[in-house]
Design a protein around this ligand. Structure first.
Ligand code: S3P
Length: 427
C-alpha cells in the first residue's frame, strides 16, 4: 500500500471504542444474568473473535450497528462448544477466556492464528494449575492450542512476575468459580478495566496497592456499558497532530484511565502541545477530549512503572522519538518481545529503513532522534496492527514515497484507520 505524506492536518474526530473494554463487556455480559447493552463497541477483528467464542458456547449476541446486545445466562450458563474456540489474533480473548473456561463443567479447546500459537501462555497456565485447573498446552510448548477439562478450582494468592492485565484478569475470572478468595499481586499496576467493570457487574472485587482480590461470585447482573474511545487508537492521531507541521486536531471521547495514560504523560515530557478538555466519567471510566497541535519534541526516558501504562503505545512513541531532538531510551519493556510481533525487532527494523539510528537492548531500545534527516522508506507491518499504524503516521511526516507491506492488519483494532487518518489531510 502507498502511504500518504501530509502538509498539514486539521479536524475533529473520535476514535473507535476501547479494545480492552469492548472484550470485557462481552465476556462479563455473557457470564452475567440478563441483558448487557454495549454502545461504541469496537468492531475490530479481535473483539469479533470474543463474540464468536461466546456464541459458540450458546450465548445469544446481537451485533447491531448502534449497539451490541449480550443475553447473558449467568456464571454457569455457558454450554460446551461443539468445535474449537478460535481467538484469532487476540491475546486478550485467549488469556481472559481461559480463566472462564477453567471454571466450566465441560471440556473445550481454544486456539488462534499463527501469532497466537507462538505467544506465551505459561504465564496463565501456572496460576490456573495452582488453582487446581485441568488445562494443558496441546503441543506441550506452553502455547495455544489449549485444552480445558473440568475440575474444582481453589482460591490462590498469586504473585505475578509480570505486570499483565491479561494474566491478572485470567486469574480473577477463574476466581469467580473458585472456593475461596483469589488474589493477584503485580510488580506494577497494569490496566484495571477488569476490576472496575467486574465490580459494576456485581462481583466482590477489592484493590489494595498492587494487589487485587475477588471472592467467589454471587450472580453477576447484566449492565449498560458505553465504551470510551480507545486511547491506544487515539495515540496515532496525537502523534500525527504533533509531527505534521501547522496541524491541530481535536480527538473527542478518549478514555484516560490512569493505568492507560502513560502516552499523554510522555508526550508532555517531550514538550508536546497536548491538552485534556472536558474531563468526565463514562461507564465508570475517566474520559476527555484531547486537543493536539504541531510541536518540536525532545527525547526522553521511558521505563519503570510507566511501562504498563503505555505498553501498546511504544511503537508510536518510537516514531515520536525518531522525530525528536536528542536521544530517547526505552527500558523495562521486555514484554514488547511477546506482543503481536516482537516489537523490539519490528520497530527497530522499520526505524532503520527510514534512516534512524537505533540500538536494540534486551528490554527496549535507544533511539537517536533525527528530525530533519529522515527519508522515505518501504515499511513492513509484519502483520502487527500497531506497527502498521505507527509507520503510516511516520509516513505523513516523511518525504513522499513511503509504502507499507501487509497494511490491512489494522482491521484487528481499527478497521477504518487509513480513512480516518487521511480524511484529516488539509491541503
Ligand atoms: C490488554 C493487556 C495488555 C495489552 C493488550 C490488551 C488487556 O497485554 O498489551 O493489548 O486488554 O488486558 P498484557 O496483559 O499482556 O500486558
Amino acid at each position: 500500500m502507498e502511504l500518504k505524506h501530509a502538509k498539514r492536518l486539521r479536524g475533529t474526530l473520535s476514535v473507535p471504542g476501547d479494545k480492552s473494554i469492548s472484550h470485557r463487556a462481552v465476556m462479563f455480559g455473557a457470564i452475567s444474568k440478563g441483558k448487557t447493552e454495549i454502545t461504541n463497541f469496537l468492531q475490530g477483528a479481535d473483539c469479533l473473535s470474543t463474540i464468536s467464542c461466546f456464541r459458540k458456547m450458546g450465548i445469544e449476541i446481537e451485533n447491531k450497528k448502534e449497539s451490541v446486545l449480550v443475553y447473558g445466562k449467568g456464571l454457569h450458563g455457558l454450554s460446551a462448544p461443539t468445535s474449537e474456540l478460535d481467538a484469532g489474533n487476540s491475546g486478550t480473548t485467549t488469556r481472559l477466556i481461559s480463566g472462564i473456561l477453567a471454571g466450566q463443567n465441560f471440556s473445550s479447546r481454544l486456539s488462534g492464528d499463527d501469532s497466537i500459537q507462538k505467544r506465551p501462555m505459561e504465564r496463565i497456565l501456572s496460576p490456573l494449575a495452582a488453582m487446581g485447573a485441568n488445562v494443558t498446552s496441546c503441543a506441550g510448548n506452553g502455547c495455544a492450542p489449549l485444552l480445558f477439562c473440568p475440575s474444582k478450582l481453589h482460591g490462590i494468592d498469586w504473585v505475578s512476575p509480570v505486570a499483565s492485565a491479561q494474566v491478572k484478569s485470567c486469574i480473577l475470572l477463574a476466581g469467580l468459580y473458585a472456593d475461596g478468595v483469589t488474589s493477584v499481586l503485580e510488580p506494577a499496576l497494569s490496566r484495571n478495566h477488569t476490576e472496575r467493570m467486574l465490580f459494576a457487574f456485581g462481583a466482590k472485587v477489592s484493590t489494595e496497592g498492587f494487589r487485587v482480590s475477588v471472592l467467589p461470585s454471587p450472580d453477576l447482573m447484566g449492565q449498560k456499558v458505553d465504551v470510551a474511545g480507545d486511547i491506544s487508537s487515539a495515540a496515532y492521531f496525537i502523534a500525527a497532530g504533533l509531527l505534521v507541521p501547522d496541524s491541530e486536531l481535536l480527538i473527542e471521547n478518549v478514555g484516560i484511565n490512569p493505568t492507560r495514560d502513560g502516552m499523554i504523560k510522555t508526550v508532555l515530557a517531550m514538550g508536546g502541545n497536548l491538552k485534556k478538555l472536558n474531563e468526565r466519567i463514562v461507564s465508570g471510566e475517566p474520559v476527555c477530549d484531547l486537543l493536539v497541535s504541531s510541536s518540536r519534541l525532545s527525547g526522553t526516558e521511558i521505563g519503570g512503572d510507566l511501562i504498563p501504562t503505555l505498553i501498546d503505545e511504544i511503537p508510536i512513541l518510537a516514531i515520536l522519538a525518531a522525530f525528536a531532538d536528542g536521544t530517547t531510551v526505552i527500558k523495562d519493556a521486555a514484554e514488547l518481545k511477546v506482543k503481536e510481533s516482537n516489537r523490539i525487532e519490528t520497530i527497530a527494523e522499520n526505524l532503520r529503513r527510514m534512516g534512524v539510528f537505533v540500538e536494540q537492548t534486551d528490554d527496549g531500545m535507544r533511539i537517536e532522534g533525527n528530525p530533519d534527516g529522515l527519508h522515505a522508506a518501504d515499511f513492513d507491518s509484519f502483520h502487527d496492527h500497531r506497527i502498521a499504524m505507527s509507520f503510516a503516521v511516520a509516513a505523513l511526516a516523511l518525504p513522499d514515497g513511503c509504502t507499507m507491506k501487509h497494511a490491512d492488519c489494522v482491521n484487528i483494532s481499527y478497521p477504518d484507520f487509513y480513512g480516518s487518518l487521511y480524511g484529516l489531510i488539509d491541503g
